[in-house]
Design a protein around this ligand. Structure first.
Ligand SMILES: [Zn+2]
Length: 245
C-alpha cells in the first residue's frame, strides 16, 4: 500500500533536493482518505508519516520531481479537497457516505450523488504579429508577474464564447481564429485549465481596472517576469515563441 499524505495545502515528503519521495509505504490509513489508483491512496494528516519527513507545496513537487509527479499529487489533492468539502448533503443536510463503486459521495436520505467538482477555466494566448498580450493582475498576491488572460467558464456558456467574453471584459479587445491548444489540471484547488490561442482582431487594449491592472503587447525580446514552467500559461507562451521569433 502506497500513500500520499497532505497536511492542508502542503504535502509530506522525505529525501533531498532532486530526489524527493512523496509516497509512503504501509502507513495506517486513518481519518479522511481516498483511493487514487489501485493500492494507491491519499490521506490527510498533520502528524509526520515518517521520522524524517517534512512538508512542501505542490509547485515545489513540480520543480523537484517533474511534471508526472505534479499531476499525480495534484489529482490526489483534488480528491482529498473534494472529500473534505462534501461531508453533508446540500439538499437535505444528511451526512454523506462514500459510494461503493463510483468516485462519488452519496446521500442515503435523498439519493443525490456528489462527484469530484472540476471548475473549467479558459486561458488564452492572444497574439498580434510577433507580439503577445500579457496582463498584470490587481490582486497583490499575483501582481508581481505578467500572464495571459484567463477566466472561469460560466454556466451555460461554450468554451469559445467564454474565451471571447473574458478577453472583452478584461482587456477590451476582440479576437479571431480561436484554436484549442492543450489543457491541464490546476489543483489550487480544483480547476481544469483549457488553453487556447487567438489572434488579435480589433479594439484598443483597455484593462478593466478591477481584475486587470495593466495589459500590453510584448515581443520575445522584452518579456517581463512571466509564470513558472509548471503552468499552462508558460507552456502556451513558450510554444508561441518557439514558432514566432
Ligand atoms: Zn440528501
Amino acid at each position: 500500500m502506497h500513500c500520499i499524505v497532505f497536511d492542508n495545502d502542503e504535502i509530506w515528503v522525505e529525501g533531498i533536493n532532486n530526489d524527493l519521495k512523496f509516497m509512503f509505504n504501509n502507513i495506517p490509513l486513518n481519518g479522511m482518505y481516498e483511493e487514487i489508483a489501485p493500492d494507491n491512496f491519499v490521506m490527510e494528516s498533520s502528524a509526520s508519516p515518517s521520522h524524517n519527513a517534512f512538508k512542501i507545496n505542490l509547485r515545489q513537487i513540480f520543480e523537484s520531481c517533474g511534471e508526472d509527479a505534479f499531476h499525480l499529487t495534484g489529482r490526489a489533492r483534488q480528491l482529498l479537497h473534494w472529500r473534505k468539502t462534501h461531508q453533508f448533503c446540500g439538499c437535505c443536510g444528511e451526512r454523506l457516505q462514500r459510494h461503493q463503486t463510483e468516485t462519488a459521495m452519496h446521500c442515503a436520505q435523498c439519493g443525490v450523488m456528489y462527484y469530484p467538482r472540476i471548475n473549467p477555466v479558459v486561458i488564452t494566448l492572444i497574439h498580434r504579429d510577433d507580439s503577445i498580450l500579457l496582463a498584470r493582475r490587481n490582486d497583490p498576491n499575483f501582481n508581481h508577474f505578467w500572464s495571459i488572460v484567463a477566466g472561469f467558464v460560466e454556466a451555460g456558456e461554450s468554451l469559445v464564447n467564454a474565451v471571447r467574453r473574458e478577453i472583452r471584459e478584461e482587456v477590451g479587445i476582440e479576437v479571431k481564429n480561436i484554436t484549442h491548444v492543450s489543457s491541464q489540471q490546476w489543483p489550487f484547488p480544483n480547476n481544469l485549465m483549457i488553453g487556447y490561442r487567438a489572434e488579435y482582431a480589433s479594439g484598443e487594449i483597455t484593462p478593466d481596472g478591477e481584475e486587470i491592472a495593466e495589459a500590453r503587447w510584448f515581443t520575445y525580446d522584452n518579456l517581463p517576469r512571466i509564470p513558472g514552467k509548471v503552468s499552462i500559461a508558460r507552456k502556451l507562451i513558450d510554444a508561441f515563441f518557439s514558432q514566432n521569433r
